[in-house]
Design a protein around this ligand. Sequence first.
Ligand code: FPP
Length: 238
Amino acid sequence: MHIGIIMDGNGRWAANKGFPRSFGHRKGAKQVSEIIKSCPKLGVKTLTLYAFSTENWNRAAHEVSSLMRLFRGYLQTKYLEIIRNNIKVTFLGDTNPLPNDILMQMKNLEKDTALNDGFYLNIALNYGGRDEIVRSTKKIVRDVLSKKIKTNEINEDLFESYLDTSNQKNPDLIIRTAGEKRLSNFLLWQTTYSELFFSDKMWPDFSPNCLAEAIENFNLRVRKFGKEKQRIKKPVSF
Ligand code: FPP
């Protein structure tokens, strides 16, 4: 099962306690580790975390730099643990505007975990769904112009193979914390048939038990993928 999480509410969690927003992000990063650890027991094989959106650059400069410091520190301290735990890490998003040293850490982590297959962790960093679709379209145009592919070969499967999530299954469930009920540019292509779950908990309070509850709720849903709902009884014929 693949779950995507929009980790919202770090700022409000901190403000409610009289702390700066950066404190909420730090607590949020700790929660990331707890949630990742709980995934295998809960049957989650792939987790996609929305860590920083293309729109998040519009936040106050000090908040953006505190988030970048946090990502840098997280990647440094968790590097070996991730490799040892057989986790394959993939970064989603446009890496170009990210600080060079973080970019190097990201590339190395992807390379060093490329053959891992115990658990798949996608981190969406400078990610936007629309931006991903535009970047994929540019790559397709380049390949058409260089005659690698033909225009009439472009279909949904080919398009998917150009996305940041190429070769991955689409998410079964998207969870958003902190009471907001929108996707905010997260995995726009991939969430077409995902189930949505909204939690009122702020992300730093979203525990593995909350994740288990979301999965229980998901298990009660009937997924139709655009088809007719499966009938239990035969239709009455006249
Ligand atoms: C949204 O809360 C959260 C973010 C923009 C950052 C998410 C980052 C983390 C959870 C920390 C580290 C992540 C990794 C992968 C190490 P908000 O600030 O918008 O909260 P608010 O809506 O209450 O202001």
